[in-house]
Design a protein around this ligand. Structure first.
Ligand code: C5P
Length: 480
């Protein structure tokens, strides 16, 4: 079978994989496996957001969701087997499925009934069990899992493993698996220090078998102490979880990202306001994608009907002036993304009481210009974030208007999108955008990168990937 080195892939593919795996909270390797599996089954998510078919259902961001994982737990015959009952519980509370195998000796310490009650699964004890062996049950137990844990791993079981024996179900599984194996040894200190066990431990380590413990402490045998106590259930569960869910790639770790989103409400009187149709979905999706990429995210949002993204600091505001205030107090930031649809004007003569109909006709509303948050922050002399990104929602002459906005506002990039009613962008789940950027070395050089229609989550992931690729490493590391 060919193997694949992620490191050697193109930068764009690596970045895509990193962000997609971060979004789905999987390791990059696991994400590649999922993509291949979906491809073979003909239900793959688009490999790049660019190939998203317009009619495909938008994929929800699964930020915060924990992927399923499964463990085959082999319980060996030792007094520490009682701790394995707690281990089953600890693994299950981490959303890890557990299928248990008991050696003959283990059955002297714990019963299949109690193990199956805790694991909510049938318990396997026999290599020659006609019920499970008619379809090579030991092979399924060896392979239909993500990790094999042996707890307690007795001296006898380790000796069998080191020498490739397969005369019972547990040892046959251990010989037939290609999954990682984590042993939690437990035995009397004399057995642990015996030359034969030392040889077996060394051999198993050479074979790539992982071990946790044993700890030192009191033995079950009265008056005996030393190295040989099985690690506590919680330690084993933590080690298993680390193997199953390795830390995610965090290309924006250490970066502070400030984002505005949603509409603003500009009061006319205590009960009425001027607003627009912005849903805030695009800005919220960017906040979630930046957070999944490891950034510290501050989201300043106008009134929206969305849940705060997990792990993001959200400041809720109503008006443009409040939004500017929160943005200013959130500085400094490494990256600022202004996705809010800020009202250009507010009512100058805001009524203190509800305006009444009068015989004189409509009350005149005087409008004054709101502060331009994007332009204000882009033109800051001292606290200007190194990368400032604006949005341009246009209903006509999209690219030309966006280019002149880039120059007028003084930002580095503009994400331009068509918000004409026919586009369905306002309030919808999809977006068609063009990324207009100034060349960092030569500001007069403008690049227009047009992206096909994609979901707002995919736009967010793609934008974060662009940030990672183009600028993240040019932003100075925060002073420690
Ligand atoms: O409304 P306009 O087309 O000028 O918006 C373009 C960009 O400027 C957007 O990124 C928007 O968030 C930002 N903006 C702002 N403050 C305003 C108006 C717009 O930050 N008062």
């Amino acid at each position: 079978m060919a193997s694949l080195t992620i490191r050697k892939l193109d930068d764009a593919v690596k970045t895509y994989l990193r962000l997609r795996s971060a979004k789905n909270r999987r390791s990059v390797e696991e994400e590649v496996r999922v993509i291949l599996r979906e491809l073979i089954e003909g239900r793959e998510e688009p490999l790049t957001p660019f190939s998203a078919p317009p009619e495909a259902a938008p994929a929800p961001l699964r930020t915060g969701a924990v992927p399923e994982a499964s463990v085959t737990l082999i319980i060996g015959g030792g007094i520490a087997a009682f701790k394995s009952l707690d281990l089953i519980r600890r693994l299950k509370e981490r959303r890890i499925e557990v299928r248990c195998v008991l050696t003959k000796a283990a059955e002297q310490f714990v019963t299949p009934l109690s193990v199956s009650a805790l694991s909510h699964e049938r318990v396997y004890t026999d290599l020659f069990d006609p019920q499970s062996e008619f379809d090579a049950g030991h092979i399924r137990l060896a392979r239909d899992c993500d990790l094999i844990v042996v707890a307690p791993a007795t001296a006898d079981l380790m000796a069998k493993m080191a020498n490739g024996h397969a005369d019972d179900l547990a040892s046959a599984i251990l010989l037939a698996t290609s999954r990682k194996i984590l042993l939690a040894p437990a035995m009397n200190p004399l057995m642990w220090n015996n030359a034969a066990t030392r040889r077996n431990v060394a051999q198993l380590q050479r074979d790539g078998i992982l071990m946790i413990g044993p700890n030192s402490g009191e033995m079950a045998e009265a008056g005996e102490a030393g190295i040989g106590r099985m690690s506590e259930a919680i330690e084993i569960a933590n080690a298993a979880e680390k193997l199953l869910r390795p830390p995610l790639p965090r290309p924006l770790a250490g970066k502070r990202v400030l984002i505005t989103a949603g509409p603003t409400h500009e009061p006319i009187d205590p009960v009425r306001y001027i607003a627009n149709r912005s849903s805030g979905k695009q800005g919220f999706a960017i906040a979630a994608a930046a957070q999944a990429a490891g950034a510290e995210v501050i989201l300043v949002s106008g009134p929206v009907d969305l849940d705060d993204p997990a792990g993001v600091t959200v400041k809720h505001v109503e008006s443009a002036r409040q939004m500017l205030e929160q943005v200013q107090s959130a500085l400094p930031a490494d990256i600022a993304i202004f996705a809010a649809a800020v009202a250009d004007w507010r009512v100058a003569n805001e009524g203190e009481q509800k305006l009444k109909k009068t015989s004189a006709g409509m009350p005149p509303l005087q409008l004054v210009e709101n502060p331009d948050i994007l332009a204000t922050i882009s033109k800051l002399a001292d606290k200007r974030p190194p990368l400032v990104i604006g949005f341009a929602a246009e209903t006509e002459h999209l690219i030309d208007n966006a280019k002149s906005k880039l120059a007028r506002k003084g930002c580095d990039w503009i994400v331009a999108n068509d918000v004409s009613p026919a586009s369905g962008v306002m309030g919808g789940d999809r977006n068609t955008v063009h990324l207009i950027s100034k060349n960092a070395e030569n500001n007069a050089e403008i690049t227009v990168d047009s992206w096909p229609v994609m979901t707002k989550e995919q736009v967010a992931i793609e934008l974060v990937a662009h940030i990672v690729k183009n600028v993240a490493d040019k932003i100075p590391e925060p002073a420690s």
